[in-house]
Design a protein around this ligand. Structure first.
Ligand SMILES: [Ca+2]
Ligand SMILES: [Ca+2]
Length: 212
């Protein structure tokens, strides 16, 4: 007796599965609890396994504000870093702190973190999503924080820290992130609840995900 295999069904299922290499991921997002909603911050990490030279392999970090579905502002990492590079496992922090709050709350930046000011990009006030893309379009995103079609206040006055892999290009923030509310005006919260350059809870395997 011959067995009939559901080859067509298997092939269809396999066609839904893809692999992609996450080169850079978002690891922290903050909507600050201090005066003026500062500091606002985005932290990204190189998980590619090797140094990324932005002059030859550029990426764009952008904000998708309010009801928008594409970037309302973005910055080239080559431009931001002045043609710099990022070693594997190290971080870039982009912050918005025109009144100096970020600098006062983080007077000592860890050696594995490069910090840059950008008021255009790090401007989320709790309902704005962020993405890293290979182009200036969200369509080419390699990592997303937040549910792009759905505007909601999901991190107001909070620090969001990545605790899992999630799905890199279709992620809804709640699935892969831990949210901690920062007490209004309490500067001591940041050193304990929002340390920079720490992402030890992130699993190592980052090399595959399901494309939906
Ligand atoms: Ca706020
Ligand atoms: Ca907003």
């Amino acid at each position: 007796m011959k067995k009939i295999l559901a080859i067509a069904a298997t092939a269809a299922a396999l066609s839904m599965v893809g692999t992609a290499q996450a080169q850079l991921i978002l690891t922290s997002v903050m909507d600050g609890n201090m005066t003026g909603g500062t500091p606002k911050m985005i932290e990204i990490k190189n998980v590619s396994g090797s140094t990324i030279n932005f002059a030859t392999t550029d990426y764009f970090v952008g904000i998708i504000q309010n009801a928008n579905t594409n970037f309302s502002g973005n910055v080239s990492l080559n431009t931001l870093t002045g043609g710099g590079s990022l070693a594997n496992g190290e971080f870039i922090v982009i912050y918005n702190s025109t009144n100096g709050t970020f600098v006062s709350l983080y007077p000592s930046i860890p050696s594995n973190v490069q910090a840059f000011v950008s008021n255009t990009v790090a401007n989320g006030n709790g309902d704005d999503r962020y993405a890293i893309s290979t182009t200036t379009s969200v369509a080419n995103a390699i990592d997303i924080f937040g549910n792009i079609p759905v505007q909601s206040n999901f991190y107001v006055d909070s620090i969001a820290r990545r605790i899992g892999n999630g799905n890199f290009t279709t992620v809804t923030a709640q699935a892969a992130w831990q949210f901690t509310t920062l007490l209004s005006g309490d500067a001591s919260d940041h050193t304990t609840k929002a340390p920079l350059g720490v992402n030890s809870s992130l699993p190592v395997e980052l090399d595959s995900f399901i494309v939906e």
